[in-house]
Ligand binder design. Structure first.
Ligand SMILES: *[C@@H]1O[C@H](CO)[C@@H](O)[C@H](O)[C@H]1NC(C)=O
Ligand SMILES: *[C@@H]1O[C@H](CO)[C@@H](O)[C@H](O)[C@H]1NC(C)=O
Ligand SMILES: *[C@@H]1O[C@H](CO)[C@@H](O)[C@H](O)[C@H]1NC(C)=O
Ligand SMILES: CC(=O)N[C@H]1CO[C@H](CO)[C@@H](O)[C@@H]1O
Length: 460
């Protein structure tokens, strides 16, 4: 647990830029419905309140709108602030989302109304332990009496649920996008089979463009930029914040409809039209070679003897697809490349996230750098592998295989007692072992590993 927190919290040091983004807190205002009875009554009778009619005409080209008054029968607000990764609220009934002020209004019945909950703030991003900005800030406002909250009129009415989330966060890194946004979106929105409106705060066009195929598969409507939205949108139901269980993983016991990682991978394979649902066993006698994609890192945790390492993989009997950063950047194309392979090999880092595109029964091989990093490396990219129907292999670098020797004397604690460095604090261990080394493989040792890997995959 200690290692986990150290590891996860430390990710914020991966880039100083992380500190710059600020997630907009979303306000959930809860109004007691009895305060609004006159208004609600009118709502019912005319079908649509007079102030909404003209605006509805203006915006009636919005695909998701339907000009009906949602009968307020059983409004409900359920929030969960107790899970490890994210804070979420689900609202049913009369939900009004005002993008400009980042406020979601909901009218609840008097039986569920609590004055101390009349204003709830939350950051809709599944990494709540990371920054102070992420933590729950609940503002306790005076009980909303008759003069309390005034509801903004609806400009656009949708007849599908809303899912409000953030495309901010560590959004340049595929591991974080998959762990913190895509899987949580799948868990929250997939159940609506495309009939759901996604609203993104901290709207990041590059994320929406890069993951377009996934977003299109989750919703038949384009993602709305919540912060730039000048209309007040009304929904029969809204999820604010995304459900999230753990990194790159799903706990079927906690997920709606019992979704598991296999379901998610089926969804990914269908989204990217991946051709191989599972590997076809390779036999030595057939003369075929298993295909191995080797993702090459740059600058940090880079293989200094990369060319020799690639040659060793080929010598071991694999067909190698070497992929540098420029190959990995076109996600739709690269997903197909990964899917054509039987093994994914990579030094610890976000490149391993591409395991999501492997066919079932393929193998993920992680090279763990020096420095007692087995636990955090397995936490991010090892433990989840079986649930994905994949196999896992790891190669842990020894003290002889790190470029840290260029910076520290051989009798330094970095070599003699790495745990003592980790104990000095998150950033210390992170800076030295995660961001401060390259890996120089001992080729003899590496060949032994490859031979075992080959034998575990290929039959006679
Ligand atoms: C919050 O979520 C956790 C984990 O999913 C669950 O165990 C708990 O019952 C939930 N609490 C509420 C109030 O829904
Ligand atoms: C890793 O190697 C590259 C290329 O030589 C170098 O630019 C980089 O600074 C090295 N990184 C570390 C952490 O030693
Ligand atoms: C899956 O892979 C393992 C070893 O990697 C192999 O023994 C087994 O036959 C494979 N199963 C299928 C269904 O391909
Ligand atoms: C949704 C929410 O924040 N509910 C809280 C309302 O207030 C009670 C009592 O203070 C809390 O226990 C709930 O968690």
């Amino acid at each position: 647990m200690i290692m986990r927190r150290r590891h996860e919290s430390s990710r914020k040091y991966e880039s100083a830029a992380a500190v710059l983004w600020l997630l907009l807190p979303l306000l959930v205002l809860v109004a007691l419905n009895t305060n609004f009875l006159p208004q609600l009554a009118r709502y019912w009778i005319v079908g649509s309140p007079p102030w909404a009619a003209s605006r509805d005409r203006i915006t009636n080209n919005v695909a998701a709108t339907r000009d009906v008054a949602a009968p307020i029968i059983s409004s409900k607000l359920t929030c969960n602030f107790t899970t490890f990764r994210s804070n979420t609220c689900t609202m049913e009934g009369d939900v009004r989302i005002d993008g400009k002020s980042a406020t979601v209004y909901v009218i609840v019945s008097s039986s569920t109304y609590r004055p101390e909950n009349s204003t709830i703030k939350l950051h809709p991003y599944a990494r709540k332990w990371e920054e102070n900005a992420m933590s729950l800030v609940r503002e306790v406002t005076p009980p909303a009496g008759a003069s309390g909250i005034s509801l903004p009129p609806c400009s656009v009415r949708h007849d599908v649920p809303a899912v409000v989330f953030s495309t901010g966060g560590y959004n340049w890194n595929i591991f974080h996008v998959m762990s913190d946004i895509v899987i949580p979106l799948y868990l929250t929105a997939r159940q609506y089979n495309g009939r759901v409106q996604l609203l993104a705060t901290d709207y990041e066009p590059s994320v929406v463009a890069r993951y377009k195929a996934i977003l299109d598969a989750l919703s038949i409507y384009p993602v709305l930029d919540l912060d730039a939205d000048t209309t007040v949108r009304c929904f029969p139901l809204a999820h604010v914040g995304l459900e999230s269980h753990r990194e790159l993983s799903i706990d079927p016991a906690l997920s709606p409809n019992g979704y598991n990682m296999m379901n998610f991978l089926d969804f990914i394979r269908s989204t990217y039209s991946l051709q191989r649902p599972r590997v076809t066993p390779v036999s030595k006698s057939s003369g075929q070679k298993p295909r191995l994609v080797m993702i090459l890192r740059r600058h940090i945790r880079e293989l200094t003897n990369e060319a020799d390492a690639i040659a060793a993989v080929m010598d071991a009997g694999f067909e190698v697809v070497a992929a540098g950063p420029e190959d990995v950047s076109d996600l739709e194309r690269f997903a197909g490349v990964v899917n054509s392979c039987d093994v994914l090999l990579c030094v610890h880092g976000s490149g391993l996230t591409n395991m999501l595109f492997l066919p079932r029964n393929a193998t993920v091989a992680q090279i763990i750098p020096w420095g007692e990093l087995k636990w955090p490396c397995r936490h991010s990219y090892g433990e989840q592998v079986p649930d994905m129907g994949l196999w896992y292999a790891e190669y842990e670098a020894t003290v002889e295989e790190t470029t840290l020797a260029e910076r520290y004397p051989r009798d330094h604690a970095v070599f003699t007692d790495p745990l003592s460095i980790h104990r000095q604090g998150y950033d210390k261990g992170w800076d030295i072992f995660i961001n401060g080394q390259n890996v120089t493989l001992d080729l003899n040792r590496f060949r032994g590993f490859l031979q075992q890997l080959y034998q575990s995959i290929v039959t006679e």
